[in-house]
Design a binder for this molecule. Structure first.
Ligand SMILES: [Zn+2]
Ligand SMILES: [Zn+2]
Ligand SMILES: [Zn+2]
Length: 274
């Protein structure tokens, strides 16, 4: 399994358009970027690939990285930075199955699968495949399990992606607070590679209008606001899951410049062979 991090940024990306902060300046100097979230997973046994989330930066990401167009896609949730690149599928694909959860979201009255099929009804190539969470489904020869995470007010899913032949496993937390349910943690556990939402370091919580949540016994918030993990929360989750290797993703430009490019924060273009 070859995993390529196409987009490792939050919803504004790094550098952020029009931003002159030290972190965005440093990214320009280092010639690195964190575009909006997307992960490419290639099954080297079958030659098929799977795209997790369709970034608004889809075109740029595929021109920049030497990876094949996907044979199937997954949408974790309906936020702009994960879904709105799907329009790029127009004329690029003859037939693209897109997998998304079938559970009705009380916030929208629709499942992620229904939102995707309604928003992109004009794309003939698209077939939306509704998925039941916590039940493995076979995609591109890989065993994929959607797991509910905590990203209020919307339903959102993390993913466990396993090669049934080699046992290689990549887990993604999805956009989530630290309050990942136990049943989901059990499915995500013991990955070779964990991609964990770590939008900001915990010290940034003082800048959030409602601060942080899910504090450690030392008072360190593991959740930024209500929707995302802090760096500290993501690292604790990684330890809890027993991840072999962890990359922090969905990273915002609010990390101070001297912390923003430290390990284990990911940048675009990283590739892992599992
Ligand atoms: Zn900035
Ligand atoms: Zn989100
Ligand atoms: Zn997001």
């Amino acid at each position: 399994m070859r995993v390529t991090l196409l987009g490792t940024g939050d919803t504004t990306g790094t550098p952020t358009v029009g931003c002159e902060c030290d972190t965005c300046q440093r990214a320009r100097t280092l010639a690195v970027e964190r575009t909006r979230f997307s992960v490419h997973v290639e099954n080297e046994r079958t030659g098929e690939s799977l795209l997790v989330d369709f970034s608004p930066d889809f075109r740029h990401q595929f021109l920049r990285e030497d990876v094949p167009l996907p044979d199937a896609g997954i949408i974790t949730h309906i936020h702009f930075d994960h879904l709105d690149g799907l329009g790029n599928a127009f004329r690029l694909f003859d037939d693209l199955p897109v997998y998304a959860a079938d559970e009705v979201d009380p916030e929208t009255g629709k499942s992620v699968a229904e939102t995707v099929s309604q928003d992109y009804h004009y794309l003939q190539a698209l077939t939306v495949e509704p998925v039941v969470s916590l039940e493995p489904v076979s995609i591109c020869g890989l065993e994929v399990t959607f797991v509910p995470v905590d990203h209020p007010p919307l339903l959102c899913y993390g993913l466990a992606i396993e090669d049934p032949e080699t046992g290689a496993k990549c887990s993604l937390t999805g956009d989530t607070s630290y309050a990942v349910p136990e049943r989901s943690r059990a499915v995500l556990a013991e990955p070779d590679l964990l991609l964990a939402d770590a939008i900001v370091p915990a010290h940034c919580c003082s800048r959030h209008p409602i601060g942080g949540r899910h504090e450690t016994s030392d008072g360190v918030p593991r959740t930024f606001g209500t929707k995302h993990m802090t760096r500290e929360g993501a690292l604790e989750l990684a330890a809890d899951l027993g991840a072999d290797q962890t990359r922090l993703v969905h990273v915002a430009h609010y990390y101070p410049a001297d912390e923003a490019f430290e390990e284990p924060l990911a940048i675009d273009g990283e590739q892992y062979e599992l």
